[in-house]
Design a protein around this ligand. Structure first.
Ligand code: CA
Ligand code: CA
Length: 231
């Protein structure tokens, strides 16, 4: 009986520890996605920078960055690997590679391997950057794929190191309606002579749209009011 109890206690301890380490591991970020703006509006373009964090002996990577295509549109050809071209093979640039190496809807792929005789990645290298255009009001999320990994090299053996980062949320505000100038009746070319002519055709009425000084009638005062605002 005692042995059984001890076994159960050890089992519980093991599970607790495993859970604890698993949790700590998942929290440890080794990749960062940073945005260049805190607030954006629909139609704005945001630039995102992808950086490694505390990397050690990294010889490559297979990382998909995911964004919600309801909120963001990828700015075509905006992804750039920041690692020196002569030091790295960027897999999606090779012709004839399967589509799993290419960007997909809602995903940007960073697949690379360091070339022979180049230094392995250490510390906090900038890996790349890309741009997204906000297309819908709300909160958009950018994260990395669960399977994202760096590849570590140790004495000519290669192993996956899970890449992890917290989810980046971006608030997208409604596009501000441009305030219409009350003197710009036709809504084009700002306030100009054409608007004055439109106004002149409403003289001696009480149409509030043309009563610029809001005195209840459209007359010469309104003509002068508008004249003073022609650029
Ligand atoms: Ca106008
Ligand atoms: Ca008036």
């Amino acid at each position: 009986m005692k042995r059984k109890q001890m076994f159960i206690t050890l089992l519980i301890m093991w599970i607790t520890c495993a859970h604890f380490w698993g949790y700590t591991y998942a929290q440890e970020e080794n990749i960062l996605i940073q945005k260049d703006k805190d607030k954006i509006k629909v139609g704005d373009i945001i630039e995102l920078k992808v950086t490694g964090k505390d990397l050690k002996a990294i010889a490559g990577g297979d990382i998909s960055i995911l964004y919600n295509p309801d909120y963001f549109e990828y700015v075509k050809d905006s992804f750039h690997l920041h690692l020196k071209e002569e030091a790295v093979m960027e897999f999606k640039k090779l012709s004839g590679v399967p589509s799993s190496f290419e960007d997909g809807p809602g995903s940007i792929k960073i697949g690379f391997g360091m070339k022979k005789n180049t230094l392995l990645l250490e510390n906090d290298p900038v890996l790349g950057s890309f741009k997204l255009k906000a297309i819908k009001e709300g909160v958009g999320e950018i994260k990395i794929d669960e399977k994202a990994a760096f590849i570590e090299e140790k004495e000519n053996t290669y192993s996956y190191v899970k890449a992890s980062t917290s989810i980046l949320t971006i608030s997208i505000l409604k596009k501000e309606e441009e305030e219409k100038d009350p003197c710009d009746f036709d809504g084009k070319d700002g306030v100009d002579l054409k608007d004055l002519i439109i106004l002149s055709n409403h003289l001696d009425t009480n149409d509030s749209e043309y009563d610029l000084n809001q005195d209840g009638k459209v007359d010469t005062l309104d003509m002068v009011y508008l004249s003073r605002r022609i650029e």
